[in-house]
Design a protein around this ligand. Structure first.
Ligand SMILES: C[S@@+](CC[C@H](N)C(=O)[O-])C[C@H]1O[C@@H](n2cnc3c(N)ncnc32)[C@H](O)[C@@H]1O
Length: 579
């Protein structure tokens, strides 16, 4: 008996967007409500109720419960809060027409003090992006989240604070059922919300969809069904999957995932059960380990002005700089690190082609030419850059020693590890990996080869974050968690991996990372570990799907796929998951 009024016609699309007013399709509201409302005397709150999609579903649910209960009288206790007067009025009228008296208060939900009196808080909060979510309303929302113990950054959309605030209205043991954007699973600003759910509830279930479920709205959503408020924590969630809103009766058997750490991304929810099984199975063995087992990943050097400090050999010669004024440098950017190593010959070649392979960094007393260049820098006000101002002398960039491996952390396809054979210094356009002494020889030689496998490629999508334009970014802490072959597995496959090297170099030179990974899979996953073909395929598929998803969400119309081809946003936007 979910009804609709015509009041929305008076409202404009722009006004509705500004307050995040997208009304929930009936089957979703019903599914959540039927799960959350369990007894005729349950008290129910729909915050940001719009036209009461969930309260109306609750009327039906309570009536059904009454019909099966033994003589309990139905005295519905249904409350709503809504910012928009007309929607609130429409909600009241619809509820009255449905035969119930419900209280629908007009106002900002963040201004309502939680009283911990509800058995079920259900609904679909507004998804207003931080750019459009400002002023007092945002400040109030952040204060409300903070009262729930979650500190949100300025990048958070409105739903994040809404979720935390909504839970505060529950009695101990109560249930929170919300429709949330799928970004809950992955975005960094939602880390606090993910932890909050696992910390405070006894059980957290998620329902994800193969298809988009909000007609005309691009946002992908997940249903969050959090049970047993104040009876937490739990260390895992269960994931159900449905094709679309009409298929909710046929969700898949649940999969279980323990995020590590709890605030870590819940990207696992986006994988098929086959892929998740293969991925967690391999992670649990000693054959795969985290990159931090091999060594430490850290940020590169910050000059304050790369144009001034990073010089081509020709420019350095023109300035008359001496050897002692310069250091060997992996040039800014990471394009040159798409192979397996950075050799001295490659660095020379790059320098000959005009790349900035010299870092201006006089070690001791600068030469006369260096003093002249320093004076030029001051005339150009390079010394006024923040990073230069905070060090003395301004022209001496703090040194970071040459790393064993260089890791590209901003990638259209996948992060690459290159052996730093040239022993070049590096800037903060790449990360440095410093291998532990016991793994240095093997790691410098073979980790760049061994890490080119489908498990690591998938792992990068799991631990990294999607960045503007569909790029995949890895912070050092995320790189630490990258699953890579263990030293023991790498050692065992040493000869075969070494034999592959020339072929890999050729493939990588033409951007065919995925094809290169297939060769390494043959050696490591199939040859050494004896993984069934189906599991290897599931890992590859998972990588392909997460990549397509990242690209589709990134806003770039095409992104290099890693097999020499490109992925089109449009072509992939509906193929994020397979049944
Ligand atoms: C996504 S709609 C959902 C409406 C309804 N729960 C449904 O599922 O159909 C979000 C609703 O929140 C309302 N809203 C936005 N900000 C609010 C706030 N701070 N307090 C209360 N309601 C708010 C909007 O007017 C809109 O009706």
């Amino acid at each position: 008996m979910v009804l609709r009024s015509a009041s929305a016609d008076l409202d404009t699309a722009a006004l509705r967007k500004a307050r995040g007013a997208f009304f929930t399709p009936e089957p979703l509201a019903r599914y959540i409500t039927d799960w959350a409302v369990r007894s005729v005397d349950d008290r129910v709150l729909e915050p940001s109720c719009g036209e009461a999609a969930f309260l109306l579903a609750a009327v039906d649910r309570l009536a059904a419960l009454e019909a099966t209960s033994t003589g309990q009288a139905l005295l519905p206790h249904l409350d709503g809060v809504e910012l928009h007067e007309d929607s609130a009025q429409a909600a009241r009228e619809l509820l009255t027409a449905a035969g119930v008296e419900a209280t629908v208060t007009v106002g900002d939900f963040f201004g309502v003090n939680p009283g911990r009196q509800y058995d079920a808080v259900i609904g679909n909060p507004p998804y207003v992006r931080y750019q459009d979510f400002s002023g007092e309303s945002r400040a109030r929302s952040r204060a409300a989240a903070l009262r729930g113990g979650v500190s949100l950054t300025g990048l958070a959309s409105s739903w994040a604070a809404f979720t935390v605030h909504a839970a505060q209205f529950l009695k101990p043991g109560g249930r929170l059922g919300l429709v949330l954007p799928a970004e809950l699973l992955t975005v960094n600003y939602a880390a606090g919300v993910r932890t909050f759910l696992l910390q405070n509830f006894e059980q957290v279930d998620l329902v994800a969809f193969d298809e988009r479920v909000f007609p005309g709205v691009l946002e992908e959503v997940v249903l969050v069904l959090a049970d047993g408020y104040a009876n937490g924590p739990t260390d895992h969630f269960q994931l159900f999957q449905a094709r679309n809103a009409d298929d909710l009766a046929n969700t898949t058997t649940p999969r279980l995932w323990r995020p590590i750490p709890p605030a870590g991304k819940w990207t696992a929810s986006l994988l098929t059960s086959e892929t998740l099984g293969a991925y967690s199975g391999l992670l649990a063995t000693e054959s795969f380990t985290l990159l931090e087992t091999w060594g430490d990943t850290t940020l590169g050097m910050v000059t304050g002005n790369n144009k001034y400090f990073a010089l081509s050999p020709a420019r350095a010669a023109q300035l008359g700089l001496s050897k002692s004024d310069l250091l060997r440098l992996s040039p800014p950017g990471s394009r040159h690190l798409r192979g397996l190593s950075l050799t001295t010959a490659a660095l020379t070649e790059l320098g000959d082609a005009g790349a900035a392979v010299c870092l201006f960094r006089p070690a001791g007393e600068p030469s006369a030419a260096a003093w002249a260049y320093i004076a030029e820098g001051e005339a150009r006000e390079v010394d006024q850059a923040y990073k230069c101002q905070v060090r003395k002398p301004w022209w001496r960039t703090p040194l970071v020693k040459p790393a064993d491996l260089l890791l590209t952390y901003m990638n259209a396809d996948t992060p690459r590890l290159s052996a730093n054979k040239a022993q070049a210094h590096h800037l903060n356009s790449v990360h440095g990996v410093y291998l532990k002494p016991e793994h240095r020889a093997l790691g410098s030689d073979l980790l760049p080869v061994a890490s080119l496998n489908s498990m690591t490629l998938l792992g990068a999508e799991m631990v990294g974050r999607a960045y503007g334009g569909g790029m995949l970014k890895l912070e050092p802490k995320e790189a630490d968690l990258l699953p890579v072959p263990s030293p023991a597995l790498t050692k065992a496959a040493e000869t075969a991996l070494r034999r592959l090297r020339p072929q890999l170099v050729r493939l990588l030179a033409s951007g065919q990372v995925v094809s290169a990974a297939r060769l390494v899979d043959e050696v490591l996953l199939i040859g050494e570990l004896g993984l069934p073909e189906a599991e290897v395929k599931a890992l590859r598929q998972g990588h392909e799907e997460l990549t397509a998803r990242r690209v589709a969400r990134g806003g770039a119309s095409h992104v290099h796929r890693g097999d020499g081809g490109t992925v089109s946003r449009r072509a992939n936007s509906n193929r994020l998951r397979r049944p």
